[in-house]
Write a protein that binds this ligand. Structure first.
Ligand SMILES: Cc1cc2nc3c(=O)[nH]c(=O)nc-3n(C[C@H](O)[C@H](O)[C@H](O)COP(=O)(O)O)c2cc1C
Length: 258
């Protein structure tokens, strides 16, 4: 089973690539599962792997993923292989340690935590922007080889060193990440400009079903994960996050739900 979460498609590409190679078609959308309130009890066959694929948010685990992992149970867990593949712009911080702590509390063991560098999607803080086109293409090209190595390591159950981590990890993951989770989840700064045509593509593509149309304009509720799917996938570039996103690049991988 592959449990996935993706705002702008990078992690979805990883999940689908892994699913094709491992012939593991059981894809579970973590955001959908949490928001729908459905049962989070799963079962695994004896030789089935349990995978988690999701983006790094502020050098940590997106809250929706954390909630899914905390609440999920696997009725017949018997040391089946667990793996995590994180996608990131350039630095995962201590997300691996956070995951290990979550798994330890559940009595699970995970020896495979990896990251794949993908185009950056965080554009709503000063100094952060989407990657230039050339870097975007380079990251996507190199991700193919990285993911290939990761899948081989998981298949042979031979852990490798493939995790992007830069300096100041404590500051980023232990200080900024908790502040981000507490103060940066607000959807209040989301707004539409005159370019909005009320097409509803933001509504269809929001992983937490947090947007509805009112009088032909999107309205955001309070279940935002800051994945920025709405902002990046808007075909009119009509969605901004306060003033922070104005003039910044837009990016998404793959298709959008039209
Ligand atoms: C709210 C937010 C926070 C992010 N924080 C980080 C980060 O701490 N480190 C990093 O390398 N990339 C960060 N990124 C970039 C994403 O992790 C990266 O672009 C990821 O591949 C996006 O995956 P997705 O398209 O599946 O949503 C962040 C992106 C967002 C939207």
């Amino acid at each position: 089973m592959i449990c996935h979460f993706s705002g702008t498609g990078n992690s979805m590409w990883v999940a689908q690539t892994v699913s094709a190679r491992f012939r593991d078609s059981r894809l579970t959308d973590m955001a959908d599962a949490v928001v729908s309130g459905n049962s989070l009890n799963f079962s695994l066959t004896e030789d089935e792997r349990l995978g988690f694929v999701f983006p790094v948010h502020s050098w940590g685990i997106p809250w929706i993923v954390r909630r899914f992992i905390e609440k999920m149970s696997v009725s017949d867990y018997d040391n089946q292989l667990i793996y995590c593949i994180l996608t990131c712009g350039d630095d995962c911080g201590l997300t691996n340690r956070m995951l290990q702590k979550l798994f330890r509390r559940k009595g699970w063991q995970c020896r495979h935590i990896y990251s794949v560098q993908m185009p950056n999607t965080y554009v709503v803080f000063p100094g952060f922007d989407a990657d230039p086109a050339e870097l975007e293409q380079k990251k996507k090209r190199e991700a193919v080889g990285t993911l290939d190595k990761i899948m081989a390591a998981i298949e042979s159950d031979t852990p490798i060193d493939c995790y992007l981590q830069k300096g100041q990890q404590f500051l980023k993951s232990r200080i900024i990440y908790p502040l981000f989770c507490r103060f940066a989840m607000s959807s209040k700064p989301f707004r539409t400009t005159d370019k909005c045509i009320g097409c509803g593509i933001c509504v269809k593509n929001c992983p937490t079903h947090n947007i509805r149309l009112e009088n032909g304009r999107p309205v955001w509720a309070n279940n935002c994960t800051q994945c920025l799917s709405c902002l990046h996938r808007c075909p009119q570039t009509a969605i901004e996050y306060g003033k922070q996103s104005v003039g910044k690049g837009r990016y998404y991988y793959g298709k959008r739900k039209e």
